[in-house]
Design a protein around this ligand. Structure first.
Ligand code: SAM
Length: 281
């Protein structure tokens, strides 16, 4: 395999993040996307899909803890959780830490992401390697999966790729309607929605589309060093529970590297430029 010294993710034609690599470990084109796995000097082992950095061993917790525990701790008793995407296993690992969760369905469209994550990312994919009884892994389109279920899940987590390629349909009003129907009467959904600095259109469009379907929509953020401009947004849409009014109602699984009880509320406190972005027409 050809040796490369650097990998770059281009957020747009003006901005890229470049990491020095020690070795390109794997490259493969699947029917859905190009998968690359490289060892980098700064962030350790890195998963890249279609040229976009997905997760790294050194910073994965900044993303996986925040996309998982914020919605789970907002819900008073999450028993059934659906993860769409998430083939690297990081979200499944975090969700399975909650004793109240009795069933976790993970549906990723690309079985190769799941298999390669088990091989190359054992710490992230630990729940896939040694699955607890409550975890069920499905290989298929998350859009069709969500459509086939009614009134069942308490929390849906969309840990998808960006809105190009196989992830595109997960960013539509139609999909949010299916998700709304798949949720129980006090259910909630969270989705990764890219950077509020360099991918503002995604943030704005998802806020509006979710707002057409759910009565409560709130954006929160984390700092994810391998994503463009570091600040990364998540959109949470809810039928009943409002994160601005509700605090943490049960013990937080320990240990955590990023998430804590205070962050549960403070991550929803938005700077003015994001409020302007969300509330404009
Ligand atoms: N944390 C990452 C990020 O934001 O860059 C995303 C995690 S990555 C594991 C995203 C996963 O979504 C990929 O494994 C991809 O196969 C999956 N995916 C994309 N479109 C999908 C769809 N329509 N249904 C299910 N999984 C999908």
């Amino acid at each position: 395999m050809e040796e490369k010294q650097y990998v770059t993710e281009w957020a747009n034609e003006n901005l890229g993040l470049t990491l020095k690599i020690t070795k390109m470990l794997h490259e493969e084109q699947t029917p859905y996307q190009k998968i690359q796995i490289a060892d980098t000097l700064e962030y350790g082992r890195l998963l890249i899909l279609d040229g976009v950095f997905q997760t790294s061993v050194k910073d994965e917790w900044t993303y996986h803890e925040m996309i998982s525990h914020v919605p789970l701790m907002l819900h008073p008793n999450p028993e059934r959780v659906l993860i769409i995407g998430g083939g690297d296993g990081g979200v499944a690992r975090e969700v399975c830490r909650h004793d109240c969760v009795k069933q976790v369905d993970l549906c990723d469209i690309d079985g190769r992401v799941i298999e390669l994550s088990k091989e190359y990312f054992p710490t992230i994919a630990s729940a896939l390697l040694d699955p607890p009884e409550k975890l069920h892994v499905h290989v298929g389109d998350g859009i069709a999966f969500a459509k086939s279920v009614k009134d069942f899940y308490d929390v849906i987590i969309i840990d998808c790729s960006d809105p190009i390629g196989p992830g595109e349909g997960l960013f539509t009003r139609e999909f949010y309607k299916s998700a709304h129907e798949a949720l129980r009467e006090d259910g909630l959904i969270v989705q990764q929605t890219e950077s509020p600095i360099v991918q503002q259109k995604t943030v704005h469009d998802v806020y509006k589309a979710m707002g057409d379907v759910f009565p409560i929509v709130r954006m929160y953020y984390s700092h994810v060093p391998i994503y463009p401009a570091c600040m990364h947004s998540f959109m949470l849409a809810s039928k009943v529970h409002d994160p601005l009014r509700t605090g943490v109602r049960r013990p937080v699984p320990q240990p955590m590297k990023y998430y804590n009880r205070t962050i549960q509320k403070s991550c929803f406190v938005l700077p003015n430029f994001i409020k302007e972005l969300l509330y404009k027409g």
